[in-house]
Design a protein around this ligand. Structure first.
Ligand code: GLN
Length: 446
C-alpha cells in the first residue's frame, strides 16, 4: 500500500507506469501473507515489483508503449511474470518504455515521455526508462527490464541503479514481445547487486517454451556474492575511454576502478578493435529482425485496427500507418531494405560477419582478463527533447552497451558517482553465463 500510495502521489509527474494494478497487487499481497503464515513463503514473498510493459501479463493490458497494442490484453503470462509470481512477488503494474523498446530515452512511448527522478528536465534513459524511474523514485523496490542494445544498463546508469543484462539464453523470452530476437534478453533492475541477484534467481532458468533458452543449472547467486577480488584481472578497453566520453564520467569510472585495484584486482589495458563497428552492425541486424517480428501487427489478429478498411491492403496499410510511431516505422523501413533481394549481401550478411568479429574481440579479451570494465554511457542523463530530432546521436547513446548484445554476453551497470547531480554508471562485462561473477564483483564494490 505504501508503494501504491507513492505511485498515486508522484507518478503523475514522472509517468513511469502505463498501467497500475492495485487490486491485483493487494490480492497477491494477501496471498503472500497467507503463504507465509503456512510456512510456504517463496523467495520473493510479498515483494512489490513492477514489470516493463513488454512482458505479457494475463488479463492485464500489455501495450509495449504502442498505439498498436493500446487495447491488447494478453491471454497468458510471460515466463518471467509467471516465475516471479510463483516466487511470491506482488505486481504493482506495468512500466513505461520506448515504443516496442526502440529508443534510448523513453521518448518514443505512445504514453508520453518518462522524467528522470534525479532531474525532471532530463530523460531516464531507455528503453526500460519507466522501470528505472519507478525504482529510482521509490515507487517500486525493483523492476524487470529488457535489453536488446543497452535498455537495462543505460537507464540503470542514468537513474543511479544496478541493472543486469544476463547472458543470451539465461532468461526465457517467452511472452516477452519480440524486438530483435537474437539480441533481446530480460533482466533485473534494482538498487544493488544483491537485489539483482535475488531477482535473477527467480527469473533465470531453462524454459522449454523458448527454444533459445539454455538448459543449464542456475547457480545460487546470493550465496556467491562475497567474492575475493584478489588477483582477478579487469580489462579496460582503450576504445571505451576515447573521444566522445564525457570527462566527468571518465574520471568517475577511473576512480571506481581504482577502488577495485585497492580490493586486489589488477587493471589491464585491452583492445576491442571492432568497437566502432558495433553501432552500425546493430542498426542493420536489430531493424532487420524487428521488421520481421513486427509484421504480425497487421490489424487482423489483435491490437489496433483502422476504421472502415476498403480492402485487405488498405487494412494492413492504414493499420500500420496509424498504429506505429515514427521510430518504429523508421526501423521497419531500414530492416526491410537491408533484407531485400539485391541488398541482403551488402547489408545483412555483412552485418552478420561483423557480428562474428565483435564476438571474437571478446573471446580474445577474455583469454587475458576475468572481467571487462568501462563507462555504461558516454554522457549523463540528457535533456528531454534534446536528441529526438537526431536519430544517429540517439543511437550513439548505446555505443558501450551494444557490442555486448551482439556477443550475447552478460553485463551490468552499477552506480559510480555523480556529475552535476546526475548519476554515473560503471559497466562490468562478464564471460558467458558468469552472472554470479559479475554480481559478486559489483557487490564487493557496493
Ligand atoms: N537504444 C537501443 C535501440 O534503440 C537499444 C534498445 C534496447 O535495448 N531495447 O535499439
Amino acid at each position: 500500500r505504501r508503494y501504491l500510495d507513492a505511485i498515486d502521489r508522484r507518478d503523475a509527474q514522472i509517468n513511469s507506469f502505463i498501467t497500475v494494478t492495485p487490486e491485483q497487487a493487494i490480492a497477491q499481497a494477501q496471498a503472500a501473507d497467507a503463504a507465509r503464515a503456512k510456512g510456504e513463503a517463496g523467495a520473493l514473498c510479498g515483494l512489490p515489483l513492477a514489470h516493463k510493459d513488454i512482458f505479457c501479463s494475463d488479463g492485464i493490458r500489455t501495450s509495449c508503449a504502442s498505439k498498436m497494442l493500446d487495447n491488447f490484453i494478453a491471454p497468458y503470462n510471460a515466463t518471467v511474470v509467471n516465475k516471479m509470481a510463483a516466487a511470491g512477488a506482488v505486481t504493482l503494474g506495468k512500466t513505461n518504455l520506448d515504443e516496442f523498446a526502440m529508443g534510448s530515452s523513453n521518448e518514443t512511448s505512445y504514453y508520453g515521455p518518462v522524467r528522470n527522478p534525479w532531474n525532471p528536465d532530463c530523460v531516464p534513459g531507455g528503453s526500460s526508462g519507466g522501470s528505472a524511474a519507478a525504482v529510482a523514485a521509490g515507487l517500486a523496490p525493483a523492476a524487470t527490464g529488457t535489453d536488446t542494445g543497452g535498455s537495462i544498463r543505460q537507464p540503470a546508469a542514468l537513474c543511479g541503479l544496478t541493472g543486469l543484462k544476463p547472458t543470451y539464453g539465461r532468461v526465457s523470452r517467452y511472452g516477452m514481445i519480440a524486438f530483435a530476437s537474437s539480441l533481446d534478453q530480460g533482466g533485473p533492475m534494482a538498487r544493488t547487486a544483491e537485489d539483482c541477484a535475488i531477482l535473477l534467481q527467480a527469473m533465470a532458468g531453462f524454459d522449454p517454451a523458448d527454444s533459445t533458452s539454455m538448459d543449464l543449472a542456475v547457480p545460487d547467486y546470493r550465496s556467491q556474492l562475497d567474492r575475493d577480488l584478489n588477483g582477478i584481472k579487469i580489462g579496460l578497453p582503450k576504445e571505451y575511454f576515447g573521444e566522445g566520453l564525457d570527462s566527468a564520467i571518465g574520471d568517475a569510472v577511473h576512480a571506481a576502478l581504482e577502488e577495485y585495484r585497492k580490493l586486489g584486482a589488477e587493471l589491464v589495458e585491452i583492445s576491442l578493435p571492432h568497437t566502432e563497428l558495433a553501432v552500425p552492425c546493430y542498426y542493420v541486424i536489430a531493424p532487420a529482425e524487428a521488421s520481421s517480428n513486427l509484421s504480425r501487427f497487421d490489424g487482423v489478429r489483435y491490437g489496433y485496427r483502422c476504421d472502415n478498411p476498403k480492402d485487405l491492403d488498405d487494412l494492413y496499410t492504414r493499420t500500420r500507418e496509424e498504429g506505429f510511431g515514427e521510430e518504429v516505422k523508421r526501423r521497419i523501413l531500414v530492416g526491410t531494405y537491408a533484407l531485400s533481394a539485391g541488398f541482403y549481401d551488402a547489408y545483412y550478411r555483412k552485418a552478420q560477419q561483423i557480428r562474428r568479429l565483435i564476438k571474437q574481440d571478446f573471446v580474445d579479451a577474455f583469454k587475458q582478463v576475468d572481467f571487462i570494465a568501462g563507462p555504461t554511457t558516454p554522457n549523463p542523463a540528457f535533456g528531454l527533447g534534446e536528441k529526438v530530432s537526431d536519430p544517429v546521436t540517439m543511437y550513439l547513446e548505446d555505443i558501450y552497451t551494444i557490442a555486448v548484445n551482439l556477443a550475447g554476453l552478460p553485463a551490468l551497470s552499477m552506480p559510480a558517482g555523480f556529475t552535476g547531480g546526475k548519476p554515473i554508471g560503471l559497466q562490468l562485462i562478464g564471460q558467458d553465463f558468469d552472472e554470479a561473477g559479475l554480481l559478486g564483483a559489483a557487490h564487493r564494490y557496493q
